[in-house]
Design a protein around this ligand. Structure first.
Ligand code: FES
Length: 374
């Protein structure tokens, strides 16, 4: 089932693709939180369609064999899977570095101890705010903030390195200083302060999520000051809003370059939003070997290199820095995944998007969230 067919082997071109460094293992789309910026696909995978423990074990072994170094167990909420501890154990057996990306809901002290005993290397805990009033409102889950604080204590007690993952937007950007302080108090070694990307579900909440220019400028200044002050204590990764940047981000480090995502039902995607690109179809680990999918599948090769790029990108000196930016953003705003990333200042759409988002950001009465639920 996993080996290429003879016809595939014969047809195989002499293509050398370096292996991915990381695999995002999206164990489930089930999640107790209802975040208005959820980055999962609009069409969620049901529990009955999820890969089994045996399927995931095979995928983890294939990942290690092809040269993957890190596996990020994610979701949804990966703790919703009762076999999470087993999967961490299997990943460690094959020498994968294991990271758990979690909201903390569904973990208990016993489970954190067991995960640590099975060899979990690192925990990435999301926080939606610095107190229950903001955090539980954004996450749409009462009691979530207190649970996260308990999980951070259990993680620290096990001596596991912790990263705090803070998604920032209009409701919490003014609290970025407190968010950094919270990460220090929780004993985190790193914090990722990422302004919400307006993709997928977040598009429904764009007017409620986009911060004003003044908020972003204040946030950037706070982050720069804290970076200096907390050298040696806390590493601060910072992602400003796309429409305030001059150049697009190297989304996913480049399409099919450093990472792949395995969806709960086994589909393998180059990025979390790739399914929004209608002309692509995605191979499944139930039928194909992971290395074949990475090296040979049409979806992974669609935006490698620069043949696909519009002329302005192909002749741009930054094409080896941002690899043409984000294809899903081009799809979302330009309706064409081959178009220039509309967040690039050279894109003809950039000024229009900037003005639209800026106008929404200063609306004194932003709309209520449209929460995400299964
Ligand atoms: Fe798909 Fe950026 S999210 S390429």
């Amino acid at each position: 089932m996993n080996a290429p067919t003879p016809a595939e082997s014969l047809a195989r071109p002499a293509r050398v693709v370096p292996p991915p460094m990381a695999m995002l293992a999206e164990l489930t789309h089930r999640c107790p939180l209802k975040c208005p910026y959820c980055s999962n696909p609009l069409e969620l995978v049901r529990r009955s369609e999820e890969l089994s423990t045996e399927d995931w074990a095979r995928v983890l072994r294939q990942a290690a064999a092809m040269g993957v170094l890190h596996v990020h167990f994610s979701g949804g909420e990966p703790a919703a899977r009762r076999d999470l501890e087993d999967l961490v154990g299997i990943a460690r057996e094959v020498d994968l570095y294991t990271n758990l990306i979690t909201s903390g809901v569904g973990l208990t002290e016993t489970r954190v101890k067991e995960l640590s005993a099975r060899g979990l290397d690192h925990v990435q805990l999301s926080v939606q705010g610095t107190d229950a009033a903001i955090a539980d409102k954004v996450g749409g889950y009462k009691g979530g903030f207190e649970q996260k604080m308990r999980v951070a204590e259990w993680v620290a007690a096990e001596g596991l390195p912790l990263t705090v993952n803070a998604v920032m937007h209009r409701a919490n950007l003014h609290k970025v200083g407190e968010t950094i302080d919270l990460a220090v108090r929780l004993g985190a070694r790193r914090i990722e302060i990422a302004n919400t990307q307006i993709h997928g579900w977040a598009v429904k909440n764009r007017a409620a999520l986009v911060p004003t220019r003044a908020m972003v400028d204040a946030c950037t200044a706070t982050v720069m000051e804290a970076r200096e002050r907390l050298k040696g204590v806390l590493v601060i990764d910072y992602v400003p809003p796309d429409h305030h940047s001059v150049y697009p981000k190297a989304c996913m480090g480049g399409w099919g370059k450093v990472g792949l995502n395995v969806e709960p039902d086994g589909k393998v995607l180059p990025c979390h939003a790739a399914a929004t690109i209608p002309h692509l179809s995605f191979e499944n680990v139930r039928e194909r070997d992971l290395a074949w999918i990475w090296n040979e599948s049409a979806a992974f090769n669609a935006y490698r290199g620069d043949d696909w790029m519009p002329e302005a990108c192909r002749s741009c000196e930054r094409k080896t820095v941002d690899f043409g930016g984000c294809r899903c953003q081009a799809m979302a705003y330009a309706g064409d995944p081959n178009a220039m990333d509309p967040m690039c200042s050279k894109s003809p759409l950039r000024a229009m998007i900037h003005d639209l988002v800026e106008a929404e950001s200063v609306d004194a009465h932003p709309p209520e969230y449209v929460y995400r639920s299964m």
